[in-house]
Design a protein around this ligand. Structure first.
Ligand code: ZN
Length: 247
């Protein structure tokens, strides 16, 4: 949409009311992936879905909730309330112009709670339903079958999955600098014993000294292809269903 003129947007709105709103983050992605990766991925997936389904894409939101990455240089974070307000105000602007079906295309797990809060408040304040989905393939999301090719244990950040997707999408990846996750030296027996059983607010540098999780060293462009294609195909089916949906 940001490369269109207002009459072109007006013309689109006469025939279609769907818009994709990519959101990501600017944060460290290990020693090997560029900091824009979540925003880049959200935009790339949105752009490819838009091409397939003939819908519009709003400009990507480059900043997210990355407070847990702030020990690594380059990360930028917005406070929770700021982020909720940004999502709400972008959606309210789009609703104002007549986009009735907004889909937030999220590339960063750390944004999930702020997006959920924004969707809830938008519902309360406008009565409108806004949708949100994750652009990375995941066990419980789109592309769930495709992640079965992964071999790593753990993961979840700048890992085998994310690095493979980045390689396939043409992101800047310094694969020779990628390192496999190791238990941080500072971990105590207590930390190891209750890992994944007891939740607490942890910062990323406490979980990983290199900034990534899982095993990005076994990532390949070839593994990225089926995951990206599955996500694009499955999200496109959702967008077609959404286009056809009568309120
Ligand atoms: Zn990421």
């Amino acid at each position: 949409m940001f490369k269109m003129t207002w009459p072109e947007v007006e013309e689109y709105l006469e025939k279609n009311d769907v818009i994709l709103f990519p959101t990501g983050s600017t944060e460290q992605h290990g020693k090997h992936i560029a900091e824009d990766n979540d925003a880049f991925t959200a935009f790339e997936i949105a752009r490819r879905v838009a091409e397939k389904t003939g819908v519009l894409v709003a400009p990507p939101m480059p900043f997210g909730n990355s407070v847990h990455h702030m020990k690594f240089p380059g990360s930028i974070t917005l406070r929770f309330a700021t982020l909720v307000n940004v999502y709400k105000e972008v959606c309210k602007s789009l609703l104002h112009h007549g986009f009735k079906k907004i889909v937030i295309m999220n590339g960063h797990g750390g944004n999930t709670n702020a997006i959920a809060q924004a969707l809830r408040e938008l519902r309360e304040e406008t009565g409108k339903i806004v949708y949100s989905l994750m652009v990375f393939a995941g066990e419980r999301g789109f592309g769930s079958e495709s992640v079965k090719i992964l071999k790593q244990e753990g993961g979840g950040h700048a890992c085998e999955m994310e690095t493979s997707v980045a390689l396939y999408l043409g992101q800047r990846v310094l694969l020779d600098r990628a390192e496999k996750w190791k238990t941080p030296k500072a971990w105590t027996e207590f930390d190891k014993k209750y890992l994944r059983k007891v939740a607490t607010a942890k910062d990323f540098h406490e979980l990983t000294e290199i900034g990534s999780l899982g095993d990005p060293t076994i990532a390949t462009k070839e593994k990225g292809k089926p995951m990206v294609e599955a996500v694009i195909d499955e999200i496109s089916v959702f967008i077609e269903d959404l286009k056809a949906k009568k309120d």
